[in-house]
Design a protein around this ligand. Structure first.
Ligand code: AMP
Length: 459
């Protein structure tokens, strides 16, 4: 997954973009980058591995411009390299092209082979690069039409920001998998993956970039086109469940409200009679656990404390380091747990490693009973549209019954939210969401080589 941000018509476009990226850091910690276009029309960029705060100051200070786009990239197995950091910046016969992409293209492999057969040379292993090559080939006159040309035949998920000469373009695939919002700051448009990125720069939210829309802004003004056949909406439900920040609005709804509703519904579907308190696995399940507490009437407690200076457990490459990382990242509060029958709420179980480690911590801190409640349905399949989920054989719920999972996690009871309950709880549901990783209902044919996609994906 990734975070993208862009502005045009701002004296300090670089400073604003850096701020925007700070608030999208949760969407990607592998690399960060900014490309800016200065008063003379020259485009330059800085890309570095690691966090936004780790971007090299001297290079950043040398970046100037009134238009900029930025990107934070989510870590995916095996593809952590500077060549895959974004925004990409290339020069072509029509001038510079820069791209920041969130999502995964499902037919990038085929498109790449086709381009290579015509002589294209690729500089990265990212799916996103095919869009840049196709843009360079289009001979359409208007920038937005060049992008429409480039995207015709591209399948899968993309929320993208593109700089093409003096034009800033924002676009979303026709199924609208990934969020992309537009705000205004002093009359000029600001774009970001989530509204928290608008808040930090003081822009007010205007609207979402719509599924299938290409929105362009330059010296000639603002233009919006919908060049593709309309498709059924497939917004990613996991954005509401886990990925986005609770202070954001995405897909026209509040993430906090979505997670609370998921928690309410979870308490209705899977109550825990006899339990004395409820706590969350911080931070992503805080709102859902509050929802569970509101609905069940149980007190909400802080029983797990998260160390914010340790990265996500999920991205650790081996099982052994993942296990140790659970203890590095979380500790239990004995005074809250001692002798208590407790409900532990998490937003999702993927491999099960985190839960297993946490249950051991919670029991070691004296909990008498541990009742695990999950505010999403069981994850049974990989995502091909931008969330980094492991292959099916590593997904605990793809290969085990509920009772086997319960035993393996070491909990007294286990309850997942139903697929229906999940879809009915999110704003704008139950229709218009992609739930392929929970239901196996993939809106596009899976990529021919999913491993390659995983290795080479943009985000
Ligand atoms: P696991 O140990 O594999 O079951 O990981 C589950 C934990 O990781 C949960 O606490 C989730 O909040 C979190 N999580 C779920 N999906 C992802 C993801 N795609 N990337 C990173 N963390 C995730």
């Amino acid at each position: 997954m990734c975070g993208i941000f862009g502005v045009r018509g701002q004296a300090d476009a670089v400073g604003l973009t850096k701020l925007g990226l700070y608030s999208l850091q949760h969407r990607g910690q592998e690399s960060a980058g900014i490309v800016a276009v200065d008063e003379r029309g020259d485009a330059r960029g800085v890309r570095s591995m690691g966090l936004v705060s780790e971007m090299p100051s001297p290079q950043l200070e040398a970046l100037h411009g009134t238009m900029a786009i930025g990107h934070t990239r989510y870590s995916t197995a095996g593809s952590s390299s500077i060549e895959n950091a974004q925004p990409m910046l290339v020069s072509s016969r029509g001038g510079h092209i820069s791209l920041a992409h969130n999502g995964n293209l499902t037919n990038a492999g085929e498109l790449r082979v086709e381009l290579e057969e015509h002589g294209s040379i690729f500089a990265s292993s990212m799916d996103s690069e095919v869009i840049v090559h196709r843009l360079a080939r289009s001979s359409a006159l208007k920038p937005e039409e060049r992008l429409a040309d480039a995207l015709r035949g591209v399948e899968g998920a993309y929320s993208i920001l593109i700089v093409l000469g003096d034009t800033l373009i924002a676009a979303r695939d026709p199924r609208g998998w990934r969020p992309l919002v537009m705000g205004r700051l002093d009359g000029a448009p600001v774009f970001g993956s989530e509204t928290c990125a608008l808040d930090i720069v003081g822009a007010h939210y205007e609207r979402d970039i719509e599924a299938g829309e290409i929105f362009a802004v330059d010296a000639d003004g603002e233009r919006s086109i919908f060049p593709f056949e309309k498709k059924e909406l497939k917004r990613c439900v996991f954005e509401h469940v886990y990925f986005a920040r609770p202070d954001s609005r995405i897909f026209g709804g509040s993430v906090d409200r979505a997670r609370r509703a998921l928690g309410h519904r979870l308490a209705q579907e899977c109550p825990a009679p006899g339990a004395e308190l409820v706590f969350s696995v911080p931070d992503s399940s805080n709102s859902a656990a509050i929802g569970f507490a509101e609905e069940s009437g149980l007190p909400y407690e802080l029983a797990l404390i998260r160390n914010h200076y340790v990265g996500r457990t999920f991205i650790q490459p081996t099982q052994a380091t993942r296990d140790a990382k659970v203890r590095l990242k979380y500790n239990a509060v004995r005074e809250v747990l001692q002798g208590k029958r407790v409900v532990m709420v998490d937003d999702s179980i993927v491999r099960g490693t985190t839960t297993r480690g946490l249950v051991q911590l919670v029991r070691a801190a004296g909990a008498a009973e541990v009742h695990m409640r999950v505010s999403s349905a069981p994850v049974t399949g990989p995502c091909y549209y931008g969330i980094d989920t492991p292959s099916r054989d590593e997904l605990i719920a793809a290969n085990h019954t509920l009772e086997e999972i319960r035993t393996s996690l070491g909990v007294d009871s286990l309850g997942y939210l139903s697929l229906d309950g999940m879809l009915q709880s999110v704003p704008g549901g139950p229709h218009g969401f992609c739930h392929a990783c929970f239901s196996g209902d993939y809106p596009t044919p899976p990529p021919t080589d999913p491993d390659k996609l995983r290795y080479g994906c943009g985000c």
